[in-house]
Design a protein around this ligand. Sequence first.
Ligand code: ZN
Ligand code: ZN
Length: 119
Amino acid sequence: MIGHSTDSISGKIDLVRCDKHRTAGMRAVTTQTISPVGDVNFSDALYCKMPECNRHYRTDFGYFTQALGSGPDLELDQKKPRCGKHEETPALFVEQVGAEEWRLSCPIDGCDTQQPLES
Ligand SMILES: [Zn+2]
Ligand SMILES: [Zn+2]
């Protein structure tokens, strides 16, 4: 799974909100991870725009935390909502649809899968 890009979300990047802040947008970044055997991997992710927030989002892992200079905590033990309409079952992202209203949406262009966001 490492190495997947966020190309499939390019049309919806502006809609993605940090799941911790919900009003903060996210920007595309390239993160660097080092495997136990020393391989360096680069992968695309979205990164919260809020200073001091380490939340990232990827379509394959969903939301996760990665502090600068350290490995990601992918929170694989947590059940993350996904869209089952696609082979890669992308993780849903938090979309703001009103001043006090959010929902979970599928990152794939043209897919209209949505779920209510539990607070
Ligand atoms: Zn944030
Ligand atoms: Zn979908």
